[in-house]
Design a protein around this ligand. Structure first.
Ligand SMILES: Cc1cc2nc3c(=O)[nH]c(=O)nc-3n(C[C@H](O)[C@H](O)[C@H](O)COP(=O)(O)OP(=O)(O)OC[C@H]3O[C@@H](n4cnc5c(N)ncnc54)[C@H](O)[C@@H]3O)c2cc1C
Ligand code: SF4
Length: 383
């Protein structure tokens, strides 16, 4: 941990919060041709040595090297085509450079266009058998949309002022983390929980980083030197429970530049999430005070009460939900459409809730499981 993180650990101990090493999808040792992390701290810009996980570097490139993967670039899928038995027979797409329509035939299709775009593609795939979108007899396509609950609070910590300058880059992002710690708390007034992400240190100063220290000349320089590195930020990321008011559907009037109908969104937080955000506020306030600091509201897009604007945490999930009951879900537990056996969805669309963990690694794990099931079903001749 870096110096501000050591102070957070001490404050966490006082308040009974577990502040543990942060789990990151980065290599500490070389693996399958990917180098170990060299601690440049620039993960947000993409990792040149592929030490941080990204599907393009870690999965797509190795798959291409097998010679069994053919990537068709600049293809905008318009709809899935079906045969008389309702199965998918191919995909119709726009070849973007030539703006022409093309088709590709398939034995099975795995849609992974990200949660909302997958729902859009399925809703736009209409036929006599599926007039409301493929595999949508339940009417659940687009429903159960969720985002992560977000709340943030920062603080200025006098104990961190005028610290000697040092390089504190290390691995990109936070080095400590607070997992949800009140699993057995019966008194709290919201279901599930949230984790806490921690910011601070001598990172590249951002615009607005020295708010409140305006001025000129020597005095301004002295203030900037004094306060640089003395700020910490806490970001809560919590679980949203799906509700009937939050969903996406095809906009009856608007199309994109390819003439493909776009989605329109309806989003509402329920009391669960609003209460959770209040809990985040109180916790972050307590942490900052325990560090001897002064809480400072952050300038970011928020609704009344400080909860994030729905969609702004960019962890969309739901929309093509999985479940055992075909009347209430689109996919089965293997992310295979109940009604179309050769149609699979392998992104966050199948999630029936948006657990407090950030979505990507769960998408990857679930997609892996779906791929193994599909391979087995193909071997057996069921797909
Ligand atoms: C700025 C930002 C920061 C984030 N940070 C984190 C984080 O720290 N941790 C975390 O877990 N998650 C994070 N997320 C969320 C995470 O990136 C997404 O949940 C995840 O990438 C979704 O993966 P996916 O494969 O479903 O979709 P994507 O990664 O969006 O891939 C979908 C692909 O499908 C293509 N596509 C879509 N529609 C069509 C179509 N009709 N035809 C052809 N191709 C199509 C898209 O071009 C895209 O390449 C972040 C998201 C953003 C935007
Ligand atoms: S710090 Fe991030 S970008 Fe730099 S090498 Fe490590 S994983 Fe890659």
């Amino acid at each position: 941990p870096r110096v501000h993180e050591v102070l957070v650990q001490k404050a966490g101990k006082k308040l009974g919060l577990p502040v543990i090493p942060s789990r990151m999808a980065m290599l500490t040792r070389p693996n399958h041709g990917r180098a170990a992390c060299h601690y440049c701290g620039q993960c947000g810009r993409g990792c040149k040595t592929a030490s941080a996980f990204s599907s393009s570097q870690t999965m797509v490139l190795p798959a291409m090297k097998t010679g069994k993967l053919n990537v068709i670039c600049n293809a905008m899928a318009r709809e899935l085509l079906t045969g008389p038995d309702g199965k998918v027979t191919g995909v119709s797409y726009v070849d973007k450079p030539t703006r022409t329509e093309k088709q590709i035939r398939c034995r099975a299709v795995v849609v992974a266009a990200s949660a909302c775009e997958s729902a859009r593609l399925l809703l736009n795939s209409k036929s006599t058998r599926f007039p409301n979108g493929i595999a949508n007899s339940s009417g659940m396509l687009g429903r159960n949309l969720t985002d992560t609950v977000g709340y943030g609070l920062g603080g200025q910590i006098p104990a961190l002022e005028n610290l000697p300058r040092h390089n504190c880059d290390g691995i990109g992002g936070m080095h400590v983390y607070v997992p949800w710690w009140l699993l057995d708390d019966k008194k709290k007034n919201f279901p599930r929980g949230y984790h806490i992400e921690i910011g601070g240190g001598f990172g590249m100063p951002q615009i607005g980083g020295f708010r409140g220290h305006e001025g000129y000349g020597a005095k301004l320089k002295e203030e900037v030197r004094r306060y640089y590195g003395s700020y910490v930020g806490f970001a809560g990321r919590g679980e949203m429970i799906p509700n009937e008011h939050t969903y996406c559907e095809i906009d009856p009037e608007k199309v994109d530049q390819w003439g493909i109908p776009v989605l329109r969104f309806h989003f509402r937080w329920s009391e669960h999430e609003i209460n959770q955000a209040k809990h985040m506020h109180d916790t972050f306030n307590d942490l900052i005070v325990a560090m001897g600091g002064k809480p400072q509201p952050r300038a970011s897009r928020r609704e009344d009460g400080g909860i994030s604007v729905g969609g702004s945490i960019i962890h969309e999930a739901g929309t093509v939900s999985m479940g055992n009951d075909p009347a209430k879900s689109v996919l089965n537990k293997y992310c295979q459409a109940h009604e179309v056996k050769n149609l699979f969805v392998a992104d966050a669309a199948p999630f029936i809730s948006n657990a407090d963990k950030n979505v990507t690694l769960t998408i990857v794990a679930n997609a892996w499981r779906t791929a193994e099931y599909l391979a087995e079903e193909m071997r057996k001749g069921n797909v």
